[in-house]
Ligand binder design. Structure first.
Ligand SMILES: [Zn+2]
Length: 104
């Protein structure tokens, strides 16, 4: 996956275009990501036992297509395409196409 949890990404299309946020979750099977503060939706919760005593509406992020986000490089602070290098031990590492910095 080009995008990983804890990455900062820029939304490049859809109604949240231009928003930046941190990736909360990556859903590889669906090619989707959940980004903090992006694609907010209301979800109705039911009252139940345990922690949730009151039912109600909570705001939460919907998953958005991974193609709608671009990684923001920590070094050059720009939205960038991600490339992959294979290093000596066969591991793949990501790198920034703008500044060539390896992204962990
Ligand atoms: Zn960079």
């Amino acid at each position: 996956m080009k995008i990983r949890k804890e990455d900062t990404v820029l939304v490049v299309s859809g109604k949240d275009k231009g928003k930046k946020g941190k990736v909360r979750r990556v859903l590889p099977d669906e090619n989707k990501v959940i980004v903090e503060g992006v694609a907010m939706m209301k979800r109705h919760t039911k009252a139940g036992r345990g922690k949730v005593k009151q039912g109600g509406i909570v705001d939460m992020e919907a998953a958005i297509d991974i193609s709608k986000v671009m990684l923001i490089c920590k070094r050059c602070d720009k939205p960038t395409r991600v490339g992959f290098h294979t290093v000596e031990d066969g591991k793949k590492v990501r790198f920034c196409h703008s500044c060539n910095e390896v992204i962990e």
